[in-house]
Design a protein around this ligand. Sequence first.
Ligand code: ADP
Ligand code: MG
Length: 363
Amino acid sequence: MASVRLENVHKTYPNGHVAARGLDLEIEDGELLVFVGPSGCGKSTALRMIAGLETPSSGRVCIGDRECTELPPQDRDIAMVFQSYALYPHKTIRENLAFGLRMRGTGKDEMEQRVDRAAGALGLEEFLERKPGQLSGGQRQRVALGRAIVREPQAFLFDEPLSNLDAKLRVQTRAELSRMHRRLGATMVYVTHDQEEAMTLGTRVAVMHEGIFQQVAPPMEVYRRPANRFVGGFVGSPAMNFFECQLTEEDGKPRLATGELSVSLEPGDWLGEAGNAVILGVRPHDIELVATEVADVPARVDVIEPLGSEMLIHLQVGTVEEGQAVRAVIPPEAQASVDDAVGLRFRRDRLHIFHSESERRLN
Ligand code: ADP
Ligand code: MG
């Protein structure tokens, strides 16, 4: 296994589209790093440059201690697993697993050993003599993984490998992939647009937007301390609420205010000068329903969605002229009815404050 490094990688496609703008990243040996971001943000482009399926316009790609920016895919010693797992339908699973090795002229004993090892790692032993048509979607996906594993590459690359599977199977296969990663101790780079998949799989996640890594950090750090407004809004479900506020002062203490919203901070929380415009981010899980007298902002209950373990409520707050929609997640036993006038209070240790122009985190 090996580390993978991107050094100031740019990619402009021949039609002028810029898909990567200065990617810098070291993926450590044995790490499972996830590229996550909305469709079109450049995830596949970044992965394909690691694979050698695209060439950077500038910058370097290194695998282990070898530079391979211009090297063709077959000379890079990496394995890529795609969303569509084209298996040979008339060959058995054993033959499907062995096929790539046979083509490379691997000896018979070595080939058998590797196939058995991969089948063992993936729990495919009992399916080896079957044909792909006799396997479920999830099992076929495992065979596709097995085909990559038998090659014993320096690194595995995955481009949305689970997006063809239904929700339940996706969660199962995701857990399997996670176990497999631990067992193999392999370097893996995994692309997904699904932030939940990224959070559950990654040892670190690289949140991508418009061809730039916005933040590269362990999942919980990305969730707790998003580096900018984009990351705050992209990671976490339901999505973070945002309020465009002014930093003001009251009794020597900083305060965030807009319309009827007024959030007092501690004296140590000055994040700039009074009068500065900032964006306040609050996750739905960090909002409490309280009496209006002690609230940070009054609101009106719009829609209530009981989710069993918790309740998602949609509210309208009267900031500025028009109302603003806010979502809160509260305990299922909380008393609330549609059209109630309620007060919202934001957990002070969970506020996210961003610069209004650069949108970078301030606190
Ligand atoms: P993602 O995988 O995050 O959805 P991609 O890396 O596939 O994004 O694409 C990033 C951007 O580059 C998109 O806007 C896409 O349309 C564009 N793009 C991808 N491949 C090509 C290509 N071969 N030629 C021109 N533009 C491309
Ligand atoms: Mg893609």
